[in-house]
Design a protein. Structure first.
Lengths: 78, 256
């Protein structure tokens, strides 16, 4: 009886729960094949201090990313 | 980190008018605290990957921050996310029009050890600089920056200063001599814990620098890397990266 009641109530309970958020499309593991980039690449300032100083001096906006240079504790891959 | 956005030619072109900062997560307390202040995932911890667009003050967010452009723009596919990224970047540049940019400084990372790893991750050569006097250091940095920002070499090398020959030897396995002013171009191995020497320039001048970089780019060859096999191999060999701060990324910790 209790099982039946919960089954019947389930759609109602679900509908009042927080809406499901779209999950980030990033795969749970990094893309398998990392291709070297030939030619020009983005020039990244590697510290916040230097990047901020350049942005303030030149009054340019900032594209900021952060990433760990290891996967499952193995270096050499973002 | 989702490399696909940052290797796209349109994004690379659009990024020229921005100051681009890429931090290594879990390697610096202050940087970690700042990144966490602009983005926290569902678990409230500092996540492995973060993406944000900021005003020139380096603090004000100009768009929602997230783990990646995919998370921020939430389009149906990566191409649409990229379009939205480019559109947002263009809108930001309307608010912050770029004036003539003076010579930019050499883009450096935290230190040689971390830049060896970063260069290995990026599959690119690493330029290591050394000077034993402050004046020489400034002179070398200015000369290298000028060439580094030129069209032919923009973004094609990673850069780091060395404290001396012993540091290079300890981190790369190479036996080098550090004279008054030196520059080495290294090819880090796949894990960034050893390197081959591509070029060595003593007392660098603009002409010798260009020769060394051209020769290095010609000699440097690296194949695409299968990250899954790379990780397996690293674990088998016992190669381990120990970050400065604990890795608090929920996804990374589930994989470990």
């Amino acid at each position: 009886m209790i099982t039946l009641s919960l089954t019947l109530l389930a759609p109602l309970l679900l509908s009042t729960a927080a809406p499901l958020q779209r999950t980030d499309r990033l795969p749970s593991e990094p893309p398998t094949l990392v291709e070297p980039i030939r030619g020009e690449r983005i020039v990244w300032y590697g510290t916040l201090e230097q990047g901020r100083a350049v942005a303030m001096a030149s009054k340019r906006p900032i594209l900021l990313i952060s990433g760990a240079p290891s996967c499952r504790e193995v270096p050499g891959v973002w | 980190m989702d490399r696909s956005y940052w290797s796209n030619p349109e994004v690379i072109a659009a990024a020229r008018d921005f100051v681009c900062i890429r931090l290594v997560t879990y390697e610096n307390q202050a940087e970690g605290a700042f990144v966490q202040s602009i983005f926290r995932g569902r678990e409230g911890t500092l996540e492995n990957s973060v993406f944000a667009l900021l005003a020139p003050d380096g603090k004000t967010l100009l768009a929602k921050a997230g783990r990646s452009p995919s998370m921020v723009f939430e389009a149906d596919n990566e191409a649409s996310d990229r379009e939205l990224l480019l559109k947002t970047m263009a809108e930001i540049l309307e608010r912050y029009p770029v004036k003539k940019v003076e010579q930019q400084p050499l883009a450096l990372g935290l230190d040689l050890r971390r830049m060896m790893n970063v260069a290995a991750c990026d599959l690119q050569p690493l330029v290591v600089l050394y000077a034993n006097k402050d004046d020489d250091k400034e002179k070398l940095a200015t000369m290298v920056a000028k060439q580094a920002w030129s069209k032919a070499y923009r973004g094609r090398f990673a850069y780091a200063w060395a404290q001396g020959a012993l540091e290079i030897q300890a981190l790369t396995g190479l036996e080098v001599e550090a004279e008054t002013s030196m520059l080495w171009v290294l090819a880090p191995n796949e894990f960034g814990n050893q390197a081959d020497l591509l070029q060595e320039v003593s007392d660098p001048k603009a002409s010798t620098l260009k020769q060394a970089w051209d020769a290095s780019l010609k000699e440097f060859s690296i194949e695409a890397r299968n990250s899954r096999k790379h990780t397996q191999k690293g674990r088998q060999l016992g190669v381990k990266w120990v970050p400065q701060l604990p890795n608090t990324d929920p996804k990374s910790n589930r994989l470990r």
